[in-house]
Design a protein around this ligand. Structure first.
Ligand SMILES: Nc1ncnc2c1ncn2[C@@H]1O[C@H](COP(=O)(O)OP(=O)(O)OP(=O)(O)O)[C@@H](O)[C@H]1O
Ligand SMILES: [Mg+2]
Length: 319
């Protein structure tokens, strides 16, 4: 139902300009892997034999390959909001960075509306925008100045950029008076709202939202979520969103993937995931068909094998 309504939204002008067919998947990711070379953790180091080996280690630390994204395949239709949930270090941001041309994959293929971020980086960058929790700004400049800078990069004229920024920020609940303060004077939540406005200024076709609401107060969270839903209703926008907030993904996302150790360990609608867990419990004799569906937090624990931690608890944990 919802999908049909979304598809009735006219094709984004940028897609028309690039002669992209309306039926092309917004995103098609196949067998994507990314490994990093990292220092071997102390506990995995074999015993050093003698002084020479210890000195050798001091100058040349033993390394290992760390698979951050492990064989992920994913297709997003135009207009879909797809959620990825996983703990710190599960690989969510690495996945998003590869799609947004910031990072090269070790293997596998990515297509954004049929285009390859490695070979057609410019076209892909025109179509997408990314918001991340650690958004970078010119800290001494104001939100307005930062937004204008971004708008000019994308060829949006100053007047319409400022008008649109004001509209978006009003919806997200950032007071107009703060738009001329320097960024460093704003709280982290306020900066986050400016980051979201910056990404939406250019009306991206594919929006990559890496924990867009982490650290926001409940009212602001709701405002951002409402805006994402409105965007999906009124624009030709497709969204890939990562989150630590189960309520959020359940509210926003048609389909959800649970990510652990670089892999998608389960995916489906919230109800399908819940049903999957209930069925498992019935098979184990721990539940009956008449029992209600479990909560998403329980689904996460059972399907990822990780204990559920709320966003506030789930910070700065070593891998
Ligand atoms: N540039 C890098 N060099 C080495 N290792 C990296 C690099 N970037 C990420 N990693 C490692 O890859 C794994 C996945 O990291 P990633 O940032 O994608 O996780 P995440 O799911 O986004 O976590 P969080 O919820 O904390 O944002 C982690 O083990 C991380 O330490
Ligand atoms: Mg991340």
């Amino acid at each position: 139902m919802e999908m049909d309504a979304v598809r009735a939204v006219p094709l984004h002008p940028e897609l028309e300009l690039m002669h992209v067919d309306a039926d092309t998947d917004a995103l098609d990711v196949r067998s994507l892997c990314k490994h990093f070379i990292v220092n071997l953790p102390k506990k995995e180091l074999p015993e050093a034999n003698g002084v020479l080996q210890r000195i050798g280690r001091f100058f040349r630390k033993p390394k290992k390959r760390k698979l951050a994204v492990d064989n992920i395949s994913l297709r997003l239709r135009r207009g879909e909001i797809f959620g990825v949930v996983g703990h710190n270090g599960s690989g969510k941001s690495t996945l998003i960075r590869m799609i947004s041309t910031l990072l090269e994959q070790s293997s596998g293929e990515i297509r954004v509306f049929g285009m390859d971020p490695l070979r057609q980086a410019y076209q892909v960058q025109r179509l997408l925008n990314r918001v991340s929790v650690d958004a970078a700004f010119f800290k001494k400049l104001s939100p307005n100045e930062n937004l204008l800078y971004a708008a000019r990069l994308y060829g949006v004229d100053d007047k319409s950029a400022l008008k649109r920024a004001e509209e978006i920020l009003a919806k997200l609940g950032l007071e107009e008076g703060r738009l001329t303060d320097s960024m460093q004077e704003l709280s982290r939540g306020m900066q986050q709202k400016v980051a979201i406005a910056r990404a939406l200024l250019t009306s991206p076709v594919l929006l990559l939202l890496d924990e867009p609401t982490t650290g926001l107060d409940p009212k602001s969270k709701r405002d951002v979520q409402d805006y994402i839903l409105e965007l999906q209703r009124t624009h030709d926008a497709t969204v890939l969103l990562t989150s630590h907030d189960m309520e959020e993904v359940e509210r926003l996302c048609g389909r959800i993937a649970l990510m652990a150790d670089g892999k998608f360990v389960a995916r489906g609608t919230a109800d399908e995931l819940k049903q999957q867990v209930l069925t498992r419990r019935i098979e184990r004799g721990e539940a009956q068909a008449t029992d209600g569906l479990p909560k998403m937090e329980e689904v996460f624990i059972e399907l990822t094998g990780h204990e559920w931690l709320s966003a506030e608890e789930d910070v700065d944990k070593p891998d």
